[in-house]
Design a protein. Structure first.
Length: 103
C-alpha cells in the first residue's frame, strides 16, 4: 500500500508499505529514515511516534493506551495518532500523515 508523508513546505513523500509483515506505520517511517524516534519501541508510552492524520481511509479506533497517551500531549489534535499503534493493513492505503514535532 501507499503511505504518504506530508513534510514541511508541503512536499509529499510516498512510501511503499507491505501489508504482509505485521509492521506498524511507525516501523515503516523509521525504515525510511524519517524523523521518528519511537523511543519506547511501540509500547504507546513515549509518544515520540506522534503523527497527525491529514487524510485517512478507514482507521481503526485508538485503544485505551493510545487515547490516554494522546490526551497527555499538549499539542495533540483531534487527528493525532500514535503511529506505533497503527498496523499496516490494506485499509490504510492512501493514508496521509504529518510527523509531529515533540512538544
Ligand atoms: Fe513510543 Fe509509539 S513508539 S508511543
Amino acid at each position: 500500500i501507499r503511505l504518504i508523508v506530508r513534510q514541511e513546505g508541503g512536499q509529499q513523500l510516498e512510501l511503499d508499505a507491505p501489508t504482509d509483515m505485521g509492521l506498524t506505520v511507525m516501523e515503516v517511517l523509521k525504515a525510511h529514515e524519517l524523523e521518528v524516534q519511537a523511543m519506547c519501541g511501540g509500547m504507546a508510552i513515549c509518544a515520540t511516534c506522534h503523527v497527525e492524520v491529514l487524510e485517512s481511509p478507514q482507521l481503526p479506533e485508538p485503544g485505551d493506551d493510545e487515547v490516554y497517551m494522546l490526551e497527555s500531549l499538549p499539542h495533540a489534535t483531534a487527528a493525532s495518532r500514535l503511529s506505533c499503534q497503527l498496523r499496516v493493513t490494506p485499509d490504510l492505503d492512501g493514508l496521509v500523515v504529518r510527523i509531529m514535532p515533540e512538544a
